[in-house]
Write a protein that binds this ligand. Structure first.
Ligand code: SF4
Length: 317
């Protein structure tokens, strides 16, 4: 029986020659057992930093990440190893994340060895081969003895997912898992993640810039802008119920999710401002088509929007 949710309340500041700035500012999110949550926004919005803090690869400057009520940054020894097993991360670039000198079988056995999950090499090998089956590589000839350079991008990402899966995690944080892959294999990798969630009950935090991908895979979607959560909603409510001006402009850049198939299309103008010098008030105000004078001085808080768990942070909604 799974007892988490993971609860996150995070601040993270970047130290630089400039005055310190917040890469992630007061982000609160919860992942319930077996839930798929999408964390969506443009690059630089703090979503990867949030994902890394969730698996303890980066430390928040304030706040905490709690798994079963325990602050993960207080864990040591056996408890820390147990946490490492339960929370796994799959990275964006399948070309970078696999050791080129390790065979696929060794790659999948290594986390079992590191976490002390199987005593014998034979048992580790058996579990590694099972994981290859689960990511649908087992039937395609003897993949286990190949090396990363002998695989396609999609196959490498499946191996990376298998490496996360082999330790039987509760949650996988998947950071843009298909953005570096050929368009032709993206859907199959997303369907693999969906199957692992449905059949094995693995919770997923999907980090993506693409609202269409989030709607396809996720139960709930959280939209971030420049280190802050600006909207959170059930994905079943998309695109109909989207309220925040930033989320709407993100949606407008995804043709198959647009509720209005015709008419003038709005665009996000320019790149997001630098996190080194975030705008005052609502951080989105320099790019917002609905901005009013109050937006440049007063920061909006997340508040309920209509029914259910829909929340948004905007003065004019
Ligand atoms: Fe736009 Fe103002 Fe709402 Fe921010 S608070 S999204 S600037 S209208």
């Amino acid at each position: 029986v799974k007892t988490y949710p993971v609860k996150v309340g995070l601040w993270r500041q970047i130290r630089s020659r400039q005055p310190s700035v917040q890469a992630v500012s007061n982000v609160n999110l919860t992942i319930e057992p077996g839930e798929v949550v999408g964390l969506v926004g443009e690059s630089g919005c703090g979503k990867t930093t949030t994902g890394k803090m969730l698996v303890r690869l980066e430390k928040p400057t304030a706040g905490s990440v709690r798994l079963d009520g325990t602050d993960i940054f207080q864990l040591k020894g056996r408890e820390l190893r147990s946490f490492r097993r339960r929370m796994q991360m799959v990275f964006q670039d399948p070309y970078d994340t696999l050791n080129p000198r390790r065979s696929i079988l060794e790659t999948l056995m290594q986390p079992l060895r590191y976490l002390g999950l199987e005593a014998s090499a034979a048992a580790q090998r058996e579990r590694a081969l099972e994981a290859l089956d689960h990511v649908e590589l087992g039937a395609l000839g003897d993949f286990s003895n190949r090396y990363p350079h002998q695989l396609s991008g999609g196959q490498r990402q499946r191996v990376a997912i298998g490496r996360a899966l082999v330790v039987e995690p509760d949650i996988i944080v998947a950071d843009e898992p298909v953005s570096m892959l050929d368009v032709s294999v993206r859907a199959s990798v997303l369907k693999l993640l969906q199957r692992l969630n449905r059949e094995r009950g693995i919770g997923i935090l999907l980090i993506t810039h693409d609202l269409a991908t989030a709607k396809f895979l996720c139960d709930r979607v959280i939209v971030m802008y420049l280190g802050k959560v600006v909207e959170e909603m059930p994905s079943s409510a998309m695109p109909r119920a989207v309220r925040h001006p930033y989320s709407k402009l993100l949606l407008a850049s995804v043709p198959d999710l647009r509720s209005e198939p015709s008419g003038p299309r709005e665009h996000l103008d320019g790149a997001a401002p630098s996190a080194i010098d975030p705008p005052s008030g609502c951080r989105f105000h320099p790019r917002c088509p609905l901005a009013v004078p109050r937006c440049s001085t007063e920061e909006p808080s997340l508040r309920p929007m209509g029914e259910g768990s829909h929340m948004a942070a905007c003065h004019v909604l």
